[in-house]
Design a protein around this ligand. Structure first.
Ligand code: PXP
Length: 249
C-alpha cells in the first residue's frame, strides 16, 4: 500500500479539562475547545475518562456526545465501570489503554498478549454495540498478533518512546524506534487491523510518523493544547495538519 490514504487527525482535549480542574471552575470548557478543533480541521475528538477523573469527567462525556459533529474516540481502561459508561454513550470508537493511578500519563502500551482472554471478552459487548474498538499497544509482534485475535478493529501504536528519545537527543535509538514503529504498522496492517499512532507527538516529531504509509490516524493532545497558549488552538491544529500532509505528500 502506498501513502494515498489521507491521515486523520484526532485532537485530544483532555488538558483543557486539566486546566479547568486546576481552578475548580467551569472554565475553560473542553466542549468549546473540541468544537474549535473541529472547525480547525480535526477529523475527530479524543478524550480519556480516567478512573480518578483528573481531566475530563462523566458530564464532559455526555456533553461531547451531544455536541460534537465529528466522531468521539473515547479512551478508557478496560474496567467494568468504563465498559458500562461506553455502552451507555456508544461513542464512535473506544480506545483501551492501560491505566495506573500514580502515572502522569499513559506510560506504556496495553499487555494484550498477557491478558488476551479477558480483553477478548471485554471487547465483545462493545463490538456488539457497534463501537469500533482500538487497542493502545507497543510495536512488539506478540502484542500485534494478540490484538488481531482479540476482536479489535484498530491498534494505536504508542509513539511516546520515539518522542522521548528525540527530546533527549538520542537520535540513533530514536531512529531505531521509528523503524520498529514502521515494522509494527506494516505487521498490524497485514493482519487486517486499521493502524493509528499517538502519544507525545509535536511539530518536530510528527513528520516521520505521519510518513508511515499504513497509518490512518494520529491522536495528538498535550502539545497542541500547550501550543495553543502561544499561537491559539486553531493555528496549532492547522500547522499540525500542514506538517502531516507535507510528510504524506
Ligand atoms: N493516544 C492515546 C491512546 C493516549 O492515551 C494519549 C494520551 O492521552 C494520546 C494519544 C495523546 O498523547 P499526547 O497528549 O501526548 O499528544
Amino acid at each position: 500500500m502506498t501513502a494515498t490514504h489521507r491521515l486523520r487527525l484526532g485532537v485530544n482535549i483532555d488538558h483543557v479539562a486539566t486546566l479547568r480542574n486546576a481552578r475548580g471552575s467551569a472554565y475553560p470548557d473542553p466542549l468549546r475547545a473540541a468544537l474549535l478543533a473541529e472547525a480547525a480541521g480535526a477529523d475527530g475528538i479524543t478524550a480519556h475518562l480516567r478512573e480518578d477523573r483528573r481531566h475530563i469527567r462523566d458530564a464532559d462525556v455526555a456533553a461531547l456526545m451531544a455536541g460534537l459533529s465529528r466522531p468521539l474516540n473515547f479512551e478508557m481502561a478496560a474496567t467494568p465501570e468504563m465498559q458500562d459508561i461506553a455502552l451507555a454513550h456508544r461513542p464512535h470508537a473506544v480506545c483501551l489503554v492501560p491505566e495506573r493511578r500514580e502515572e502522569r500519563t499513559t506510560e506504556g502500551g496495553l499487555d494484550v498478549a498477557g491478558d488476551e482472554v479477558r480483553l477478548t471478552a471485554f471487547i465483545a459487548p462493545l463490538r456488539a454495540a457497534g463501537i469500533r474498538v482500538s487497542l493502545f499497544i507497543g510495536h512488539a509482534p506478540a502484542q500485534i498478533a494478540a490484538a488481531a485475535r482479540s476482536g479489535a478493529a484498530v491498534v494505536e501504536l504508542h509513539t511516546g518512546a520515539y518522542c522521548d528519545l528525540h527530546a533527549e537527543g538520542r537520535f540513533v535509538e530514536r531512529d531505531a524506534e521509528l523503524v520498529a514503529l514502521r515494522q509494527g504498522a506494516e505487521l498490524a496492517f497485514g493482519q487486517g487491523l486499521e493502524v493509528h499512532a499517538g502519544h507525545g507527538l509535536n511539530f518536530e516529531t510528527v513528520g516521520p510518523v505521519a510518513a508511515i504509509p499504513q497509518l490512518r490516524e494520529l491522536n495528538i493532545g498535550h502539545f497542541l493544547i500547550g501550543e495553543a497558549v502561544f499561537i491559539g488552538l486553531g493555528p496549532a491544529i492547522a500547522e499540525m495538519r500542514r506538517r502531516m500532509d507535507e510528510a504524506r505528500a
